[in-house]
Design a protein. Structure first.
Length: 254
């Protein structure tokens, strides 16, 4: 049987690839990745962004999402890449898309894509988790017991049923974060941790589950988590800037 071919002319090629950093703040942290994708595509249409499209019977705009944070988690470091059919000024593009998105989903940075894959630079995430009703001392003791282990399996409930994963191995560092004045807050402990990107991804709730297992750390209220950053992991164990290689390209074109 002969294969059916698409009707009409082929889509225009990708002339420019732009990488965007966006945030999920406030109540918009409860936006699922699917809901964000729909909102983002609507924003592209409202902003009249000259998108490049895939070929075939159902063309789709050229969008690549990278490492989306879990639903309910705020983030200052979400990333995606779009392909454009026409070259544009990236700052004008960023502002237009940001204006078309609801407050709380904010496009805060745009760069012209340089060589290499953006996804390959996402080696780790820096998380900050606030634990109401937990003292700094209690968290510190739980972290000491947790970090002393080489691995610690926990269970996570998924669509396919319960799954066991190692919550300890991917954790590069985990510390009690002090307040702005350096003093402890007995009513609210803050956990800062750097976690390697692995499959399956280890999330903040997995680490909290591990702290309950190893040290009986109990929470009186729901924790709140923020992804502070994601990107390459440097020799000191810190999360670096995934846009660093792209900034040179953007500066050269400006």
């Amino acid at each position: 049987m002969a294969r059916r071919t698409p009707e009409g002319p082929p889509p225009p090629p990708v002339v420019q690839r732009v990488r965007l950093r966006y945030t999920k703040r406030g109540r918009l942290r409860f936006t699922s990745h699917r809901d964000f994708a729909r909102a983002f595509e609507r924003a592209l249409r409202r902003a009249e962004v000259p998108m490049a499209y895939s070929a075939g019977f159902s063309p789709h705009p050229k969008i690549s999402y990278v490492g989306a944070a879990p639903t309910g988690v705020a983030s200052e470091g979400e990333y995606l890449e779009i392909g454009l059919a026409v070259a544009v000024d990236v700052e004008v593009l960023r502002q237009a898309i940001d204006d078309a998105l609801p407050a709380g989903l904010d496009v805060v940075e745009a760069v012209t894509a340089g060589p290499g894959s953006l996804a390959s630079r996402m080696e780790a995430s820096h998380w900050r988790v606030e634990l109401p009703g937990v003292s700094d001392d209690a968290l510190a003791a739980a972290l000491e017991a947790f970090l002393a282990l080489a691995e610690l399996p926990v269970e996570r409930l998924t669509k396919e049923g319960r799954r066991t994963l190692d919550a300890r191995g991917p954790v590069v560092s985990a510390v009690v974060s002090r307040g702005a004045d350096g003093s402890p807050d007995s009513g609210r402990a803050i956990l800062d941790m750097v976690v390697r990107q692995v499959t399956p991804t280890v999330r903040p709730d997995d680490v909290l589950a591990a702290l309950r297992v190893v040290a009986g750390l109990a929470l009186d209220a729901a924790p709140s988590a923020v992804r502070v950053a994601q990107g390459p992991l440097d020799d000191s164990g810190s999360v670096g800037d995934p846009f660093a290689p792209d900034r040179k390209v953007t500066q050269a074109l400006s």
